[in-house]
Design a protein around this ligand. Structure first.
Ligand SMILES: C[S@@+](CC[C@H](N)C(=O)[O-])C[C@H]1O[C@@H](n2cnc3c(N)ncnc32)[C@H](O)[C@@H]1O
Length: 222
């Protein structure tokens, strides 16, 4: 059956509207300057408990996939990681300039690449906050395979998957998953944090949206 996109509300707020329409510069403007996502903080804290990054050693590599305006990238760099920040929207990196010292940070590399064809370097930490649902569905499995093989033994994945009951699940170019499917995607990883959130809630601007989100932190065994 062909998926039909849902009708947006009559007067949606900016973050809702931009996520709905993929108008990313508008999304960046709506969220600019916010702090790191909870899943990123959980993963970085878990590494810190393991002594990573280690003082006096080469910084480990993190990839921020769908980095947006840099909220997680900034935190990783602050904590001593080297970061490859990947996004398919050029203006994401213009927004990096709004965060002091970010764009010129010596441990940052930015890459303008779409998820559907991007290459991902081998890394200790793969972060994908609220970005994977925007990979086109026909490319999702290949992307997930690339992500899984890019993460070093002992490394982590952190990020979100959107569920099938989310308001945006019926938009044809989105990748949403059932809980069972998310569990299958994570097979072979040690899942350290898994939270299924389902609520009639609001976005950053107070616009109603039904959220169905899986928040995940998972570690690849040694
Ligand atoms: C909802 S935003 C999340 C941004 C950031 N990680 C955060 O947590 O705020 C989704 C991000 O994915 C990027 N994106 C969406 N579809 C993409 C695609 N097909 N290829 C590459 N980047 C994409 C957008 O440019 C945007 O920065």
């Amino acid at each position: 059956m062909t998926k039909q996109p849902p009708t947006p509300p009559a007067s949606p707020g900016p973050a809702f509207r931009h996520g709905f329409t993929r108008h990313w510069p508008g999304y960046f403007e709506a969220v600019v300057g916010k702090g790191p996502r909870e899943t990123a903080v959980r993963a970085l804290d878990a590494f810190a408990r393991e002594g990573i990054p280690a003082e006096g050693q080469e910084p480990p590599l993190a990839v921020d996939l769908g980095c947006g305006e840099g909220r997680d990238t900034a935190e990783m760099l602050k904590r001593g990681w080297r970061v490859v920040a990947i996004d398919g929207t050029e203006s994401a990196f213009e927004y990096f300039a709004r965060r002091e010292g970010l764009l010129e940070h010596p441990n940052l590399e930015t890459r303008l690449e779409p998820f559907e064809t991007c290459s991902i370097p081998v890394c200790r930490y793969l972060n994908a906050s609220y970005s994977l649902p925007f990979c086109r569905p026909e490319a999702f499995d290949a992307l997930w395979k690339v992500i899984r093989s890019a993460i070093e033994p002992g490394g982590r994945f952190a990020g979100q998957f959107f569920g099938e009951r989310d308001t945006w699940a019926s938009i044809p170019d989105r990748s949403h998953h059932t809980r069972l499917r998310v569990e299958k995607l994570l097979l072979g990883l040690d899942v350290e944090y898994f939270k299924e959130d389902e609520s009639d809630s609001v976005d950053a601007e107070g616009q109603d949206k039904h959220w169905h989100v899986f928040h995940v932190v998972a570690r690849r065994p040694e």
